[in-house]
Design a protein around this ligand. Structure first.
Ligand SMILES: NC(=O)c1ccc[n+]([C@@H]2O[C@H](COP(=O)([O-])OP(=O)(O)OC[C@H]3O[C@@H](n4cnc5c(N)ncnc54)[C@H](O)[C@@H]3O)[C@@H](O)[C@H]2O)c1
Length: 364
C-alpha cells in the first residue's frame, strides 16, 4: 500500500516478522490478512477499544473470513489468567480451530493477553497485533514476549511467541487521552537514555506539548531503536538493562497501585528512583539525575513514589520481579547516557538493602 512503511523484527532462529506502519490504513487490512487463509478471525479487544474501532476492524476482516469479537473489561486489572481463560472459553465455544487467527486489537494489555492465549490455544495458533496505544505501538507489540500478571507480580505467566505481523495504524492513537500519550513517551525516554542521546535532546526540547506530527516521529524512531535491540537478542534476556530500565521498581509500583498508575507512569517513577540509586552509589552525577527527573516533569509524568506506598510494600513486591535470578534483585544502573555500570564486566548491580531503602524513602 502506498505510504506504508515496512520494517522487520527478529524473532530468533534466523526468522523475522514484518511491521507495517502507516496512518489511516485500517481499511487496507484485508490485503494483509488474506494470505493467512484463516478459517475464522477472533478479535480480542477491551471494552474501550470496542467503542472506538470495532466496526472498522470487524467489517474489514469479515470480508475475508468469519469474524468474531471477544471483549474483556479495559485495564491492567484484566491482565490475568482468569480473564485469559474466560476469553479462551468464548473462542472455543465459537468454534475455533488450528487455522483460526487471533487479532489483538488494543493496548499492551490486549496484546500481551491475546498473544499468550494464541501461544496456549491448541499449543499455538497464529495471531497478529493491531496496537492502538502508544505503549503498544512502540513497545509491547514489537517483540515476542507475551504474558499476564500474578496478583503480586507483573508478567509472571508468559511465553515467547511471535505474532504473524504487526499492523500499526498511527492514526488510531488520536483518540487516546493525553495521560496515555505521556505514559507512552516514558518508553521513548527509556530508549533515548539507553541508546540515543540526540533523541533524548529532541524529546526534551519538544516536551510539554507534543504535536501529532512529533508524536508520529517519536513513535517511528522508538520502534527503530527497539528493533536495533531485538537484532541483538530477540528473547530480550541479554537486553534486560536497555529494555527494563526503571522497570524493576516501576513494575512493583504498577502492581501495588493497580489501576491507579499507568504502566508508563510507573516506569517513569521507576527510572527516576533507579537513577537516584545510581547517584547514591556514586555511579552517576547528580546533574544527570536531575536532568532525568526534569524531562519527566516537563512531559507531565509523575516522578515520585506515591505517599501511600511504603518502602516495606515495595521491598515485598520486588520479591516477585520476573527478572530475579537469585533471592535478591540486581539493578541496571546507568552511569551516563547509553552507559551502564558494570561489575566484573556484568551490568546487573547488587545494591545493599540499606541503600535501596534509603533511596526509596527519599523518592517519596
Ligand atoms: N514487552 C512487552 O510485552 C511490554 C512492553 C511495554 C508494556 N507492556 C505491557 O503493556 C501494558 C500497558 O499497555 P497500555 O499502556 O497500552 O495499557 P492498556 O492496554 O491498558 O491501554 C490503556 C487504555 O487505553 C485504552 N485504549 C486503547 N486504545 C485506545 C485508543 N486508540 N483510544 C482511546 N483509548 C484507547 C484502553 O482501553 C485502556 O483503557 C502493561 O501491562 C505492560 O506491562 C508490555
Amino acid at each position: 500500500m502506498v505510504g506504508m512503511e515496512t520494517l522487520e523484527f527478529d524473532i530468533g532462529h534466523n526468522a523475522t516478522r514484518k511491521i507495517y506502519i502507516g496512518s489511516n490504513t485500517l481499511e487496507a487490512l484485508p490485503d494483509y490478512v488474506r494470505g493467512l487463509s484463516a478459517d475464522k478471525f477472533f478479535i480480542v479487544s477491551d471494552t474501550n477499544v470496542d467503542r472506538l474501532l470495532k466496526t472498522r476492524v470487524k467489517d474489514s476482516l469479515a470480508g475475508v473470513a468469519e469474524t468474531h469479537l471477544v471483549l474483556f473489561p479495559a485495564g491492567e486489572g484484566s491482565k490475568t489468567l482468569s480473564t485469559l481463560e474466560a476469553v479462551a472459553a468464548q473462542i472455543l465455544e465459537a468454534g475455533a480451530t488450528k487455522t483460526s487467527v487471533i487479532v489483538c486489537l488494543g493496548g499492551g494489555v490486549v496484546g500481551n493477553l491475546g498473544g499468550l492465549l494464541a501461544a496456549l490455544l491448541f499449543r499455538g495458533i497464529r495471531f497478529f497485533h493491531i496496537p492502538t496505544t502508544l505503549v503498544a505501538q512502540i513497545d509491547s507489540a514489537i517483540g515476542i514476549k507475551q504474558a499476564v500478571n500474578y496478583r503480586k507480580g507483573k508478567n509472571l505467566f508468559g511465553q515467547y511467541y511471535p505474532p504473524e505481523f504487526v499492523f500499526v495504524d498511527l492514526a488510531t492513537t488520536r483518540s487516546l487521552a493525553d495521560r496515555h500519550i505521556r505514559a507512552g513517551i516514558a518508553e521513548s525516554v527509556k530508549h533515548a537514555l539507553c541508546q540515543d542521546r540526540d533523541f533524548f535532546d529532541y524529546l526534551e526540547q519538544n516536551a510539554g506539548g507534543y504535536s501529532w506530527e512529533v508524536i508520529d516521529k517519536i513513535s517511528r524512531h522508538t520502534i527503530k531503536l527497539k528493533l536495533e535491540l531485538l537484532k541483538l537478542d530477540p528473547f530480550e534476556g541479554k537486553l534486560d538493562p536497555q529494555l527494563e530500565l526503571g522497570h524493576t521498581i516501576g513494575h512493583a509500583l504498577e502492581i501495588i497501585k493497580m489501576g491507579q498508575l499507568l504502566h508508563g507512569e510507573a516506569i517513569a517513577i521507576g527510572m527516576v528512583a533507579e537513577t537516584r540509586l545510581s547517584c547514591a552509589l556514586g555511579f552517576m552525577k547528580d546533574e544527570l539525575c536531575r536532568k532525568i527527573e526534569g524531562i519527566f516533569q516537563k512531559i507531565g509524568l509523575p516522578t515520585r513514589i506515591p505517599a501511600d506506598v511504603s518502602v516495606d510494600q515495595i521491598m515485598d513486591t520486588l520479591r516477585y520481579d520476573n527478572k530475579r535470578r537469585t533471592d535478591r534483585n540486581d539493578f541496571f544502573l546507568l552511569e551516563d547516557f547509553t552507559r551502564f555500570h558494570k561489575t566484573n564486566d556484568k551490568i546487573g548491580t547488587k545494591v545493599p538493602e540499606a541503600v535501596l531503602r534509603e533511596v526509596l524513602e527519599d523518592c517519596h
